[in-house]
Write a protein that binds this ligand. Structure first.
Ligand SMILES: O=C(O)CCC(=O)C(=O)O
Length: 265
């Protein structure tokens, strides 16, 4: 796991520098638009607690917390997840302010495939043990592939307040924990970047990365702004989010999501 000071990055990391400038503009706008951010951090800053006894947990940053879980998935689990998704990937969507899926978006140019929980029982057991949650609190898992040049520009995973609509089957809830697991180890490009505290993480196969987009009082934490820098080599990740409340199965039932393959992980 490498921590890398962006501002001192060499010219070869120009993609990261451009992204950082863009992220800084975003931050300036966010701070100007929301004068209550400071109180959000301090007065409302109680976040979900994960299971720190889970093997491999390392704090990369505190307040806001960014956690690596080394060896969360084995090499074999990573390879089998990629095999499941290969050939089934579609361009990633993002969601507009009314919750409508936007099929193509220049902010997020990777491709993705949803994986139902019934296909990956071992991984769901690890996630629920690590996060101290129920399977119903987990958003449907997603395998994401970035090919050269593809990226996810700076964004936050939650907004303040309970979401006013249904998102992914979750009603008036919010995302408490973001989880991404690196499924391969590209040597160059594809870092996960947190511009607020100038941290970037080079993907390492099997490592899970956790951060906390919103507090237990539904305040989103803008310091968790992050991006997936442009890939140079192929980058694969598994992503999911732990929500405050369980999903309503009448609104989003994984029984209706097709399986990627018959194999079980
Ligand atoms: O690819 C990355 O490193 C970040 C992914 C991400 O932010 C997301 O999927 O929400």
């Amino acid at each position: 796991m490498e921590e890398h000071a962006l501002l001192g990055a060499p010219p070869s990391a120009r993609g990261c520098l451009d992204l950082t400038a863009e992220a800084l503009l975003w931050l300036q706008r966010a701070v100007r638009d929301a004068s209550c951010y400071a109180c959000c951090f301090e007065a409302e800053g109680v976040y979900h607690e994960i299971n720190e006894e889970f093997g491999g947990v390392e704090y990369l940053h505190r307040q806001p917390d960014v956690i690596a879980v080394h060896g969360f998935l084995s090499d074999e689990e990573c390879d089998r997840l990629r095999e499941k998704a290969e050939g089934k990937l579609k361009p990633c969507g993002t969601y507009d302010s009314d919750g409508r899926r936007q099929p193509r978006n220049s902010n997020r140019t990777s491709s993705e495939a949803l994986v139902t929980q019934r296909e990956v029982p071992t991984i769901i057991a690890k996630l629920t043990a690590l996060l101290r949650c129920t399977p119903e609190q987990l958003q449907t898992l997603n395998v994401v592939r970035y090919t050269a040049g593809q990226q996810f520009k700076p964004h936050c995973d939650a907004s303040s307040g309970r979401c006013s609509r249904i998102e992914h089957g979750f009603v008036r809830s919010t995302r408490l924990v973001s989880v991404l697991v690196y499924l391969n180890s590209p040597r160059r490009g594809g870092k996960t970047i947190f511009p607020w505290f100038n941290m970037s993480i080079q993907p390492c196969k099997g490592t899970a990365l956790l951060h906390f987009p919103a507090s237990l009082s539904y305040h989103h934490d803008p310091r968790t702004l992050h991006s997936g820098a442009p890939a140079i080599e192929d980058k694969w990740i598994l992503v999911t989010w732990m929500w405050y409340h369980p999903r309503d199965p009448s609104l989003m039932d994984e029984a209706n999501v097709p399986e990627l393959s018959s194999s079980r992980i």
